[in-house]
Design a protein around this ligand. Structure first.
Ligand SMILES: NC(=O)c1ccc[n+]([C@@H]2O[C@H](COP(=O)([O-])OP(=O)(O)OC[C@H]3O[C@@H](n4cnc5c(N)ncnc54)[C@H](O)[C@@H]3O)[C@@H](O)[C@H]2O)c1
Ligand SMILES: [Zn+2]
Ligand SMILES: [Zn+2]
Length: 383
């Protein structure tokens, strides 16, 4: 089958790989009909995630058709079209039972922080992902959810990660009625977080990025304010000034390890890898918050130390809430929102690329070329 193949930092290609097989009675095999490239894949692509092995297939955002099931799978049948959450979760462990499907203790039993994630390095379990024609999906009765009749596949594929993560970013912010929410990052996740902040009662939503085309998009899509940090002397002073010098009630980091905007962070975090990615957005967010404010981090960072202003977090009494999104917990509600038109994810998809051209898609998305917001890869069988 055709599959994306990681060859080292900034080098990916399409290759022939053996089709996956059922390895466990609870597995299913899914024929992929759409898979996306995510900002999280860029951390892998740029070599920022430990134990990203050459030969791995990325891709944690995919939908497709069930083509084979293991002997213990009961809820799925061959032919079902499914949304597959990006987290791999057993559904039975201490953490899954609490709805913490991003922290499953079984699907990545060598680690104590993160659970298994499709196509996300051996740090996240070493599972091959969905930027391929077929994927093996473990615990098939737990994660995969049948796509409701009539749902557009482009909406469905964004329910595997972008919609739940944006929603959870807003949810973790504990937004109270009338709150000012400042979101760093206008990628798909920041855009969705902005849209969802209104659902929690925000009074003002501000998005900060440097890419004009994304600022323009989010202004229209999420009906919010959007500003370019390259036009500010200091983004923190900007936020304070626009909030009567109080600061934001809630800040959301939707940037993560590839942040730009601070030379020292860029050199230590992205060039020399002395810390696990540059923590510029965390800095700006912590320092832009009101005392007692809440920082919600969905931006992904490597697991090792980062130069975050932790002293300010303590002294300002900031609550930090962070996690990988718990897609499964949120899916029923979010499917309703999509079906009722409360959230309309599809417009985020700007590029539809044949799977064979996966290397070009990574280049375009990573370099933010051609006004790219979200690329989707389409395998030959789905075209
Ligand atoms: N926690 C989760 O479950 C989860 C799920 C999906 C994605 N993520 C993470 O969310 C983050 C965003 O993902 P995405 O797909 O939107 O990525 P993306 O790369 O498309 O977008 C990131 C945006 O941040 C902007 N940016 C860079 N430095 C900035 C700064 N200092 N301040 C403000 N904006 C800055 C970039 O210009 C870009 O538009 C990534 O770190 C990704 O790994 C987390
Ligand atoms: Zn993702
Ligand atoms: Zn579990």
């Amino acid at each position: 089958m055709l599959a994306m193949n990681y060859r080292g930092p900034q080098r990916v290609r399409i290759d022939e790989k053996p089709e996956p097989k059922i390895l466990h009675p609870q597995d299913a095999i899914v024929r992929v009909t759409r898979s996306c490239i995510c900002g999280s894949d860029l951390h892998l692509y740029n070599g920022n995630v430990p134990d990203t092995r050459v030969g791995m297939t990325f891709g944690h955002e995919f939908i497709g058709e069930v083509t084979e099931i293991g002997s213990e799978v009961q809820k799925l049948k061959v032919g079902d079209m499914v949304i597959v959450p990006f987290n791999i979760a057993c559904g039975k462990c201490h953490f899954c039972k609490q709805g913490l499907f991003g922290n499953c203790h079984e699907s990545n039993s060598q680690a104590t922080a993160v659970g298994g994630i499709f196509g996300y390095s051996h740090t996240a379990g070493g599972y091959d992902g969905g930027q391929a024609e077929y994927v093996r999906v473990p615990y098939a009765d737990v994660g995969p959810t049948v796509i409701p009749p009539g749902m557009d596949p482009d909406d469905a594929v964004l329910l595997t990660d972008v919609v739940p993560t944006g929603y959870q970013a807003a949810e973790m912010g504990g937004i109270q009625k009338g709150d000012t929410v400042v979101i760093f990052g206008a990628g798909p996740i920041g855009i969705m977080a902005a849209r969802c902040s209104w659902l929690f009662g925000a009074g003002r939503v501000i998005v900060i990025d440097k890419l004009e085309y994304r600022l323009e998009f989010v202004r229209n899509y999420a009906n919010c304010e959007a500003y370019n940090y390259e036009e500010m002397d200091d983004p923190v002073v900007f936020v304070k000034k626009t909030t009567d010098w109080m600061g934001a009630d809630v800040c959301i980091d939707a940037v993560g390890a590839e942040a730009s905007g601070n030379l020292m962070q860029t050199i230590t975090g992205r060039k020399l890898l002395l810390q696990a990615g540059s923590a510029t957005a965390v800095h700006w967010a912590v320092n832009s918050l009101k005392k007692g404010g809440i920082l919600s981090i969905v931006g992904v960072y490597g697991p090792t130390d980062n130069l975050v202003p932790i002293g300010n977090v303590v002294n300002k009494g900031i609550t930090i809430r962070a996690n990988q999104a718990s897609v499964k917990r949120l899916l029923p509600k979010l499917i309703d929102h999509v079906q009722n038109g409360v959230i309309n994810p599809k417009p985020l998809i700007t590029h539809r690329v044949p799977l064979e051209d996966v290397a070009d898609a990574y280049h375009i998305f990573s370099e933010k070329l051609d006004n790219c917001i979200k690329p989707v890869l389409i395998p030959p069988s789905a075209r």
